[in-house]
Design a binder for this molecule. Structure first.
Ligand code: ADP
Length: 626
């Protein structure tokens, strides 16, 4: 029979995997056992939901067989098995690699990362195997098949004999090398300890023939080998275990075993609730952003179990969007096995669990913020935007829950701070929480609009994320303090500058009116500035919509041309340029037009906006230089 080829991407992934320098090859066993357990789950689920099927619990088990002579290790299960087509479909392509992007192929030298990132489960066998043989008989079928492969070259599928349904995965170990002793995987104690380490909580028995020395009958000193089938795992799922008995390692192993991520989680949350609704849950806050997190493909959700049987892989209803980065599982005996996707939303029990989980996650994040600030900042770097979206969406419904999880860069502290920290530092006379928006911290540092507020010694929060200002509009206040942009009309700072500004406006009323005429509808007003110290001009905005918001709204695909902030051109009357402006107004109308245009365009540039008409602008500069 002709050899079949693996799908192109799978082939590359397989190649990477086989050749990866990887020190934890042992996890191949975890992967195979996990597949075996899933296969039994599927059959078990069938018998629970189909009344015509009756099964004895003893029928479900996984067996590990070591054959030293032939150098093989076999993982057998009594699960649902695979048809010929399923062998071809499931094992011919690496699970989730179908649409995979090989962005960082060069970085993928570690088998563990490859497995975690791509869910290559079954294929990890090739890290230790020269040949992998899968003999399977699907439940309800009377034919069995043998799938066989030596790796990248492809695989074959042939009819085969097998008595009962289920699957045997036979690993023919690689030859030992100078650095690696694959014979290690033929040792009982070694296999047993790998199972204990990674698969102890598998709910079906993992059986092995164990040979031990026992005293010979009738003798007091002579021993003989005694072989007996034993169950190696404790079969208690980790989420049903007592928290006190579990170590951080146990949780991290579980995280890896479940392919929740290839990083190490920052925190785990183990919940055991008994009450109106009883459930166990293990939740993880990941450290790194999954490669597809900000793409359409990313699906949020937790694994859902009904009394130990997995009924759904990604139950979205259990997680609000703003916590979509959370990974983990929930097991409840109060949920029906037959619950359908449609029914989920209206399930009272499930809603209660979801509500409860939301609070647990929020509390854990609060704790992280308090206890391990560095780690929280790392987390915030990855997922902070998600929290902000959560605050903004649903008309700010979640603001009480999320506002204390926000961080912004502070002008005075030179680091990320919370709103609570900001408010606690506010001097009594300071009315508002000030913020400045811009592309980056460096850009904002140079904004002329910040001068007055900074001069007063007030702290300014820097908004560098597109969504920041929208979030703050949604918040409106924090601890009864209003937010105020340093670019807004009235800064609420009573100073000599303010009075001076008013008199300057009166004194120069006609000049400003003329400039407004020249600029026409580009600005809503021209005024003497109360906030500028060293810069000649700046723009500020009046009304609800700020200049930054206008920029963002205009960049959206659904942009509306009529979205426009009311821009005010502010002139620093103390600046030497102002004298030239006044002189032009009195003596040379053409020059006034030129200066007005230049000042306006400068203000645009400082704001990070494009100049109105680049050709006009450069021509005007040339005119002045002449
Ligand atoms: P994953 O388990 O993440 O889906 P794998 O590459 O490990 O990816 O397995 C691919 C698929 O092959 C599984 O989803 C399952 O349908 C099938 N499979 C693997 N092992 C077994 C088994 N022992 N019994 C039945 N089906 C299996």
């Amino acid at each position: 029979m002709a050899k079949k080829q693996f799908k192109a991407e799978s082939k590359r992934l397989l190649d990477l995997l086989i050749n990866s320098v990887y020190t934890h090859r042992e996890i191949f066993l975890r992967e195979l056992i996990s597949n075996a357990s899933d296969a039994i789950d599927k059959l078990y689920y069938k018998t629970l939901t189909d009344e015509s099927l009756h099964f004895d619990k003893d029928n479900y088990f996984i067996k590990i067989t070591i054959d030293k002579e032939n150098r093989t290790l076999t993982v057998s299960d009594t699960g649902i098995g695979m048809t010929k087509e399923e062998l071809d479909d499931n094992l011919g392509v690496i699970a989730k690699s179908g649409s995979m992007l090989f962005k960082n192929e060069n970085e993928l030298t570690d088998g563990h990362e490859i497995i975690g990132q791509f869910g290559v489960g079954f294929y990890s066998a090739f890290m230790v195997a020269e040949t992998v043989t899968v003999i399977s008989k699907a439940f309800g079928s009377d034919e069995a098949f043998k799938w066989e492969s030596k790796g990248v070259e492809g695989y074959t599928i042939k009819p085969y004999e097998k008595d009962s349904f289920g699957t045997d995965v036979i690993i023919k170990l690689k030859e030992n090398t100078e650095n690696e002793n694959f014979d290690d995987y033929l040792e009982q104690y070694r296999i047993r300890s790998i199972i204990k380490k990674y698969s102890d909580f598998i709910r079906y028995p993992i059986k092995m023939d164990i040979t031990e020395k026992k005293l010979k009958e009738g003798s007091e000193s002579e021993y003989e080998d005694y072989t007996e089938e034993q169950t190696v795992n404790s079969m208690v799922p980790i989420w049903r275990k007592n928290k006190n008995e579990l170590t951080r390692d146990d949780y991290e192993n579980f995280y890896a075993e479940k392919h929740y991520g290839f990083d190490k989680p920052i925190r785990h949350i183990h919940v055991s609730v008994e009450g109106v609704v009883s459930y166990n849950a293990i939740l993880f806050i990941p450290e790194k952003i999954p490669y597809d997190f900000y793409s359409k493909e990313y699906e949020k959700g937790l694994e859902l179990y009904s009394n130990g049987v997995m009924i759904m892989q990604k139950c979205a209803e259990l997680l609000p969007d703003y916590f979509s980065f959370v990974k983990g599982m929930v097991d409840s005996e109060d949920l029906s096995l037959n619950i359908s996707r449609e029914m989920l939303q209206h399930d009272r029990q499930l809603n209660l669990i979801a509500k409860n989980i939301k609070t647990k996650i929020k509390n854990e994040l609060d704790n992280l913020l308090k206890e391990e600030r560095d780690k929280y900042e790392e987390f915030y770097n990855s997922f902070g935007r998600q929290l902000k979206y959560g605050l903004y969406s649903e008309f700010g419904r979640n603001k009480d829950l999320l506002q204390d999880l926000l961080l912004f860069y502070s002008s005075t502290e030179k680091k990320m701070v919370t709103l609570a920290e900001y408010v606690s530092r506010m001097p009594e006379e300071q009315k508002y929480i000030y913020y400045a928006t811009g592309e980056s911290v460096e850009r904002i540092e140079k904004l002329p609009q910040t001068e007055l507020v900074a001069d007063k010694g007030y702290e300014i929060l820097y908004f560098t994320d597109d969504i920041d200002e929208f979030v703050i509009k949604m918040l409106a206040t924090y601890k009864d303090k209003e937010f105020k942009s340093v670019a807004s009309g009235d800064l609420g700072i009573e100073t000599e500058e303010k009075d001076a500004g008013d008199t300057e406006n009166q004194k120069n009323e006609e000049l400003f009116a003329r400039m407004k005429e020249i600029l026409a509808d580009k600005v809503s007003d021209v005024r003497a500035s109360k906030r500028l110290k060293n810069h000649p001009v700046c723009l500020s905005s009046e009304g609800e919509l700020s200049i930054e918001m206008e920029k963002i709204l205009k960049s959206l695909p659904t942009a509306n041309e009529h979205v426009k902030a009311n821009k005010v051109l502010e002139i620093n009357t103390g600046h030497e340029v102002f004298a030239s402006l006044k002189e032009a107004y009195e003596k040379d109308e053409e020059k006034l037009e030129l200066f007005t245009d230049l000042l306006y365009n400068q203000a645009l540039l400082i704001e990070g906006l494009p100049v109105h008409d680049p050709v006009d602008f450069t021509n005007n500069i040339c005119k002045i230089m002449k």
